[in-house]
Design a protein around this ligand. Structure first.
Ligand code: NCD
Ligand code: ZN
Length: 336
């Protein structure tokens, strides 16, 4: 099985030692990825974007991989600033304040008029807006409650491309077809698990993430649009590494580390669900190319049906399916 130019449209590469330790997990198999800006402090100036991109390029060495950079949304960005940074970024990521890892500097309240200057400028400059769509309500309801905010923004800024990041509910899936300018990323783990897998038996800290995995009917809705490669959905792993100590702790950090196994497990999932390979190709690359207008580096990943035992850790980070066997292995990467 071959996948051409796979793209991960939502990835946390971190910084410093963690960046150096995990960047290659993505850079070896993906042609490129949208890099999330939730560092401490968040990536919010042109200098920071350029410096972070250079640290990423340094960490990946001679792998062929494009980091598509993002900026941490602030309602104070004006058009002149956005024009000056336009060529350095692929999107801007908006976090509600305090909703997830390193999002304290995000947006509180979603007053359209307050956000208008920045969002109008983004719309005019054709800069997509990626949103972590959760309210601060009850944890299982946060994303469904946020759908009305997505709808408000989609209506107020009809030319702005809005990407509902890591959707986990049937309500978000339904919103996709109602608004022309709404798109979505879907993770690997939300196609595979529900809250039962996280907390139904022994608590599984390595499956704990934001947004929390939801109900079986939500997973069914996500699977449907992923397997049919609905043209408005893209693969975005939300691979979010934390050191083992931060996950196996009484205050467990949110994030699932899937980068090293994502393509292999997607291949297994699409096969088990009898979805055609061309749909997987569209889900992991083609749709994102259309939506974002990106032209990824040529890279072909050859997968073979050969069991692979997932390592118990990658440099101190525990991946999804650690110590378990998955059905596909990476056989070869062909460049050019
Ligand atoms: C992400 C992280 O650790 O940066 N965590 C997560 O649970 N997904 C942040 C995010 O995307 O919410
Ligand atoms: Zn994320």
């Amino acid at each position: 099985m071959q996948l051409t130019a796979p793209l991960d449209m939502h990835l946390h590469l971190r910084d410093g030692e963690m960046l150096d330790n995990i960047a290659k997990s993505s850079a070896q198999t993906f042609s490129g990825a949208i890099i999330m800006p939730n560092l401490v402090p968040p990536v919010s100036t042109k200098e920071e974007v350029i410096a972070y991109k250079n640290r990423i390029l340094n960490a990946i060495g001679d792998e062929q991989f494009t980091p598509y950079m993002t900026l941490f949304f602030k309602p104070t960005y004006d058009k002149a600033f956005l024009e000056s940074i336009r060529d350095e970024i692929t999107a801007i990521k908006l976090y509600p304040a305090g909703i997830t890892t390193n999002s304290e500097g995000g947006v509180s309240g979603f007053d359209v008029e307050e956000l208008r200057p920045t969002l109008e400028a983004m719309s005019e400059l054709d800069i997509p807006l990626c949103i972590h769509g959760e309210t601060n309500g009850f944890v299982m309801d946060r994303e469904a409650e946020f759908v009305s905010i997505y709808e408000r923004l989609a209506t107020a800024f009809p030319k702005l491309k809005i990407i509902m990041e890591h959707i986990t509910t049937k309500e978000s899936v339904a919103a996709l077809d109602k608004y022309e300018n709404l798109y979505a990323t879907i993770t690997l783990h939300h196609l595979l698990i529900t809250l039962d897998d996280v907390a139904g038996g022994m608590l599984k800290p390595h499956l704990f993430c934001k947004p929390i995995a939801k109900r079986p009917e939500d997973k069914v809705a996500l699977l449907k649009v992923a397997l049919e490669a609905h043209p408005k959905v893209m693969f975005g792993s939300d691979s979010a590494p934390h050191p083992r100590e931060a996950k196996e702790a009484c205050g467990c950090a949110a994030g699932v580390f899937t980068a090293p196994i994502a393509l292999q497990v997607l291949a297994e999932l699409f096969e088990n669900e009898n979805a055609p390979l061309e749909n997987l190709q569209a889900f992991v690359s083609g749709n994102a190319q259309h939506i974002y207008g990106v032209k990824p580096l040529p890279k072909t990943v050859v997968l073979e049906k050969k069991p692979f035992t997932v390592p118990s850790s990658y440099n101190g980070v525990v991946p999804m399916y650690a110590d378990e066997e998955i059905a596909y292995s990476i056989k070869e990467i062909i460049y050019g």
